[in-house]
Design a protein around this ligand. Structure first.
Ligand code: SF4
Ligand code: SF4
Length: 98
């Protein structure tokens, strides 16, 4: 279910949703409209970083103190690529609530 707080008028979007200002796409919180979220099973994870490499949103932008890759859900669009590419099936995609 998409986050209703993130709904904006189509008139407020740039043509083609292009980013016109120099810098980056940090303002585009793709996690606002995702319907699924990745959940990590640390028992299976070998900290190989394939999820970090393949994520098209660069949502795995940090590691915890033990070296596990942490997903920033603000930028996870729920595509499931990380779960698909994980060699240990350590990531499960689950439906978001609400
Ligand atoms: S791809 Fe899988 S095993 Fe590798 S770091 Fe990510 S979650 Fe862990
Ligand atoms: S589900 Fe897609 S966007 Fe989210 S962390 Fe995995 S690869 Fe990245």
């Amino acid at each position: 279910m998409a986050n209703s707080d993130a709904i904006v008028s189509v008139k407020s979007l740039t043509f083609g949703c292009h980013i016109l200002e120099p810098g980056n796409a940090a303002g585009f919180r793709t996690g606002d409209w995702s319907s699924q979220t990745p959940v990590l099973d640390k028992e299976k994870c070998i900290k190989c970083g394939m999820c970090w490499i393949f994520c098209p949103e660069m949502a795995y932008n940090q590691q915890d103190e033990e070296g596990y890759f942490i997903v920033d859900l603000n930028y996870c669009k729920g595509c499931g690529i990380c779960a698909h590419e994980c060699p240990k099936d350590a990531i499960t995609m689950v439906e978001k609530e609400g």
